[in-house]
Design a protein around this ligand. Structure first.
Ligand code: NDP
Length: 395
C-alpha cells in the first residue's frame, strides 16, 4: 500500500493566504485497476493560479497497469499538491522524445512548459509582435515574464521590464532587456515608463493588472496590442476597491452616485481617501447634490462606501483602463488562457522553446525549494515575489 501525502485547502483564502489555509493529509491509495498508473511527484510547479485550480507536477510512473505508460516513464500530470497519485493516463503528457540530455527535466514545468508556452503565444499570437516594436512586460523576472522579454529580444524588439527587486532588475539586464526598473522603488511608475520609452509602447504583456496596467495602457502607441495574461496584483484583494469607483451615501438618503476616476462623470473625482468636488479638494465631511446633478461641498454627512458595486451590490472589480485611451489610440486588448493552443501549434512552440534554450538564446533561472512540506511556503513566497524565475518544489 502506498501512502500519499497531500496538501489540502483547509479553509478558503480570504486575502493573502496564510499557513492556516493549508492542511497536510496522508491517505492510503488503493491497488491499481487495469489501465491505471501510480505516479510519484519529482517536481511540483508553484503557480499564481493555484488559488483557483490544480498545478502541474512532473512525475515518474512507479507502477503501471497501462501499457502506454510503463514504469519509469516521466510525465507532466495535473495532479496538484500530492506526493503520489493514481491516473488512468488521461491528460498525462510525456516529455518530448527529443528532449536534450543537457536540459534539466524541471524545465518542462517552466521555460519549456506551460509558462514558456504562455509567453510564446501571448507575445507572438495575441500581441502579434514585430521586429522594431517596443514591448513592455511586468512580473518580468518571473517564469512567464522572463521568457516574454527574451522572445521579444529574439524577434528584434526593444524590451522594457518591471520587477520588484534590484536583484531581479540586474537579472533582467543580464538577460538583455533594454530597460529594467524596480517598480517598488521608482518615484513614479508613469515617469519610469515614459523615460524607458518616450514614444510609448506597441505591445504590453500584462501579468499584473490593476493600477499598474492602467498606467501602462495610458502610454500605448496607436494600434497598440495588449495581451492580458494575468492579474497577480488583484488575486489576493479583498474589501474595497483601492480607488476609482466610489459609492456615495449622502445623509442616509438614497442619493447614490457612481463616479469613475477620470471619466468626467459629474464633477466628483474620488480616490480612496480624497473626495474632490468641482475639482477642488474638500474634506469628507460632506457633499450634497445640486439640481444639475453636480456635487458640491455642504455640511451634510457623507459616507464613502467603496465596498459595493452599484449594480450588483457586490465587491466591485478594479476599474478598467481609461476608455478614451483605448478608443482614441485604437488599442486591442485580449485575454487568453494558454490551453487554447493545442496539437501541432503547441508542439511547434515547445520545439522552438527547447531549441532556443539548448542554443543559449533563452536563459532560465529556477527558484527551487526542496521538500514536499514546503509547498505552502513556496506558494506564499512566490505571491510575495521571493522567486527569481520559475518557482518549483522538489518533492
Ligand atoms: P511569476 O514567476 O512571475 O511569479 C509571480 C510574480 O508576480 C512574483 O514573483 C512578483 O514579482 C509578481 N507580483 C506579485 N504581486 C505583485 C503585484 N502586486 N504587483 C506586481 N507584481 C507582483 O509567476 P508566473 O510567471 O507563473 O505568472 C505570471 C502571471 O501570468 C500571473 O499573473 C499568472 O496568473 C499568469 N499566468 C497566466 C496564464 C494564462 O494562461 N493566461 C498561464 C500562466 C500564468 P515581483 O518581485 O516582480 O513583484
Amino acid at each position: 500500500m502506498v501512502q500519499a501525502k497531500s496538501w489540502t485547502l483547509k479553509k478558503h483564502f480570504e486575502g493573502f493566504p496564510t499557513d492556516s489555509n493549508f492542511e497536510l493529509k496522508t491517505t492510503e491509495l488503493p491497488p491499481l485497476n487495469n489501465g491505471e498508473v501510480l505516479l510519484e511527484a519529482l517536481f511540483i510547479s508553484v503557480d499564481p493560479y493555484m488559488r483557483y485550480c490544480l498545478s502541474p507536477q512532473f512525475s515518474i510512473v512507479v507502477e503501471s497497469k497501462n501499457p502506454a505508460f510503463p514504469a519509469g516513464t516521466i510525465v507532466v500530470a495535473l495532479s496538484g499538491w500530492t506526493s503520489h497519485s493514481i491516473s488512468d493516463g488521461n491528460g498525462l503528457r510525456k516529455l518530448p522524445a527529443e528532449w536534450p540530455d543537457k536540459l534539466p527535466l524541471s524545465l518542462a514545468l517552466g521555460t519549456v512548459g506551460m509558462p514558456g508556452l504562455t509567453a510564446y503565444f501571448g507575445l507572438l499570437d495575441i500581441c502579434g509582435v514585430k521586429g522594431g516594436e517596443t514591448v513592455m512586460v511586468n512580473a518580468a523576472a518571473g517564469a512567464v515574464g522572463s521568457v516574454v522579454g527574451q522572445i521579444a529580444k529574439l524577434k528584434g524588439c526593444k524590451v522594457v521590464g518591471a520587477a520588484g527587486s534590484d536583484e531581479k532588475v540586474a537579472y533582467l539586464k543580464k538577460l538583455g532587456f533594454d530597460v529594467a526598473f524596480n517598480y517598488k522603488t521608482v518615484k513614479s511608475l508613469e515617469e519610469a515608463l515614459r523615460m524607458a520609452s518616450p514614444d510609448g509602447y506597441d505591445c504590453y504583456f500584462d501579468n499584473v493588472g490593476g493600477e499598474f496596467s492602467n498606467t501602462v495602457i495610458s502610454q500605448m502607441k496607436t494600434f497598440g496590442r495588449i495581451a492580458i495574461c494575468g492579474a497577480i496584483s488583484q488575486y489576493n484583494r479583498t474589501g474595497p476597491c483601492p480607488q476609482g469607483i466610489v459609492l456615495l451615501n449622502v445623509g442616509g438618503m438614497d442619493k447614490r452616485k457612481i463616479h469613475r476616476y477620470g471619466d468626467g462623470v459629474g464633477t466628483a473625482v474620488v480616490s480612496s481617501q480624497l473626495v474632490v468636488v468641482d475639482n477642488s479638494p474638500v474634506d469628507q465631511k460632506g457633499v450634497e447634490e445640486t439640481e444639475g446633478g453636480a456635487w458640491r461641498t455642504s455640511t451634510v454627512s457623507l459616507t464613502v462606501d467603496m465596498s459595493l458595486d452599484p449594480v450588483t451590490q457586490t465587491n466591485p472589480p478594479f476599474p478598467g483602463p481609461p476608455p478614451e485611451v483605448v478608443i482614441y489610440q485604437q488599442l486591442r486588448m485580449e485575454g487568453f488562457i494558454v490551453t487554447r493552443w493545442q496539437g501541432d501549434v503547441r508542439q511547434k512552440a515547445l520545439t522552438d522553446l527547447m531549441n532556443w534554450v539548448s542554443e543559449g538564446k533563452i536563459q532560465y533561472h529556477e527558484y527551487m525549494l526542496e521538500g514536499f512540506e514546503k509547498m505552502p511556503a513556496a506558494f506564499m513566497g512566490m505571491l510575495k515575489g521571493e522567486n527569481l524565475g520559475k518557482a518549483i518544489v522538489k518533492a
